[in-house]
Unconditional design. Structure first.
Lengths: 114, 116
């Protein structure tokens, strides 16, 4: 167990809908990262937050947004969902924000858009 | 531009034989290099990292990796493979040049299959 929790574990929704994925980092970790893993595109970095502020942005669509709250948990919001958004979404956390430390991954949320 | 290549989509090894999973990288400055493993239906788990120092890095589950600056490689190795090592392996790099880029660049992953 990495200490990172993600809810829900599975999510099935229809095209055009909006969903929110939640992540709680390991105790004491200040950085949260979001990743998308799909069969055809591998592991894609979406966005990183460090102590409440956006630190780095990857291949995140404009329909997606994230935030990190004062208690350090993070939420990833996906809107106007398309079939192609079906994927595993992982959250990871690390102690610091500068990429030198290892990241600890949650179990993921499997999103299915029908 | 930073990049990571894992040239093999899949590696097949017989149990008990040594295994190597290849990774090459391209960065502007000195690299931080990582290996992660993903078991089926699980999140990624950290295996080992190279920051500086000894080129041979030892990690979890008996894995090690060798940093080769001249060949810009960071291959993952294990002397004797176990069936339980079967999983998806990811290499990642962070370019230490400059302060503004904090994200890791990830390889596409290599599926390791260990046959009994």
């Amino acid at each position: 167990d990495s200490g990172v929790t993600q809810t829900p574990k599975h999510l099935i929704t229809a095209t055009g809908q909006r969903v929110t994925l939640r992540c709680s980092p390991r105790s004491g970790d200040l950085s949260v990262y979001w990743y998308q893993q799909s069969l055809d595109q591998g592991l894609q970095f979406l966005i990183q937050y460090y102590n409440g502020e956006e630190r780095a942005k990857g291949n995140i669509l404009e329909r997606f947004s994230a935030q990190q709250f004062p208690d350090l948990h993070s939420e990833l919001n996906l809107s106007s969902l398309e079939l192609g958004d079906s994927a595993l979404y992982f959250c990871a956390s690390s102690a610091h924000g500068q990429g030198a430390g290892e990241q600890y991954f949650g179990p993921g949320t499997r999103l299915t858009v029908t | 531009a930073q990049s990571v290549a894992q040239p093999e989509d899949q590696v097949n090894v017989a149990e008990g034989n040594p295994l190597t999973v290849k990774c090459t990288y391209s960065v502007s400055g000195n690299p931080y290099l990582f290996w992660y493993v993903q078991y089926p239906n699980r999140g990624l788990q950290f295996l080992l990292k190279y920051i500086t120092g000894d080129n041979l890095v030892k990690g979890s589950y008996g894995f090690e990796a060798e940093f080769n600056k001249s060949q810009t490689s960071f291959h993952l190795k294990k002397p004797s493979a176990l069936v339980s090592d079967s999983a998806l392996y990811f290499c990642a790099v962070r370019d230490m040049k400059g302060d503004s880029n904090y994200q890791l660049i990830w390889g596409a992953g290599t599926k390791l299959i260990i046959k009994p």
